[in-house]
Design a protein around this ligand. Structure first.
Ligand code: PDD
Length: 287
């Protein structure tokens, strides 16, 4: 049975209860993270927690847990959920907490609500371009807000975009801004490959600073065999790319072979994907 953490206690997930006046419920006023654990070992634990601490500071939510305290809490949750799966995603969520009324301004003297639970995630994909799961995506203009760098629990913009891709039979949807420049996917970052060079949009307010994205860039740079660029990427470049990848903590690096019903490159998973996935997989636990 799935065990959750809620405000200091470990409880069965189905029994966890919060107030309907919780501002996470009323306003989406909170920050969340998803940390992947493979065989009880996390990937990118410190960067994930630093991103959460930055998000909490941006929202002025006073939650003073240290990275070490988070580690203890989440390792314990993983241990308590060993029967849920060998590989777990740990969802952790800090909302501003429950007020006594519904009022937009930040209340004073409210305790943040801290909630976490673990869910089974898939085994990593094989680093083999002939066997890996292929993704198909659609694309649309990014209609979310201008603070996509904050990992807020207010995800309606992402949810509506994701649903648009899902309803059309795709696994994801790529988003582009009003200038026709790629931002990211509705729940992932995006990369293209052209002539052997790996290219991804710069980290600004239009995208989430993805931890998987960061590990890919850093591990490829450390390895040195594949060139990586962070720069503006137009949708024309996306449509003419040799390869497209989407990346997140749960997907790792997923190769996209269809965009808006058209084949990406030659329609097969690319060689650069396979080489990059091997480099990423060999070093992901170092981050
Ligand atoms: N999604 N961009 C968006 C909008 C995301 O929601 C995510 C992650 C990413 C990738 O970030 P990371 O590599 O740190 O997982 C980029 C998570 C997994 C989710 O909401 O379930």
């Amino acid at each position: 049975m799935s065990i959750a953490y809620l405000n200091g206690s470990y409880v069965p997930l189905a029994e966890a209860r919060i107030s309907p006046l919780d501002r996470g419920f009323l306003f989406g006023d909170g920050i969340y993270e998803v940390v992947p654990y493979y065989g009880a070992k996390p990937v990118g634990f410190v960067p994930h927690m630093n991103r959460m601490i930055d998000g909490l500071a941006a929202l002025e939510i006073n939650c003073n847990k240290t990275v070490d305290q988070w580690r203890e809490l989440m390792d314990e949750l993983v241990a308590k959920n060993a029967d849920v799966g060998e590989n777990l995603g740990v969802y952790v969520h800090v909302s501003r907490g429950a007020d006594t009324k519904r009022f937009h301004a930040y209340p004073e003297n409210v305790e943040p609500t801290i909630f976490a639970f673990a869910f089974a995630i898939k085994n990593p994909e094989p680093a083999d371009r002939t066997k890996v799961t292929q993704f198909s995506v659609s694309s649309t203009e990014d209609l979310r807000w201008k603070r996509c760098n904050i990992k807020s629990t207010a995800l309606l913009g992402n949810v509506m975009h994701y649903q648009q891709g899902h309803a059309a039979g795709n696994n994801e949807i790529l988003l582009y801004n009003g200038n026709g420049e790629l931002t990211e996917g509705s729940s992932c970052n995006a990369f293209i490959v052209k002539d052997g060079v790996v290219i991804t949009p710069i980290q600004d307010n239009q995208i989430l600073p993805g931890i998987t994205r960061r590990i890919i860039i850093d591990s490829l740079k450390a390895d040195g065999s594949i060139q990586v660029e962070e720069r503006t990427v137009t949708m024309d470049e996306v449509r003419n790319a040799d390869e497209i990848w989407i990346t997140s903590s749960s997907k790792e690096i997923a190769p996209v072979t269809k965009l808006d019903g058209q084949p990406v490159g030659n329609g097969e998973v690319g060689e650069v994907w396979e080489a990059a996935f091997k480099i990423y997989s060999a070093s992901k636990f170092d981050y």
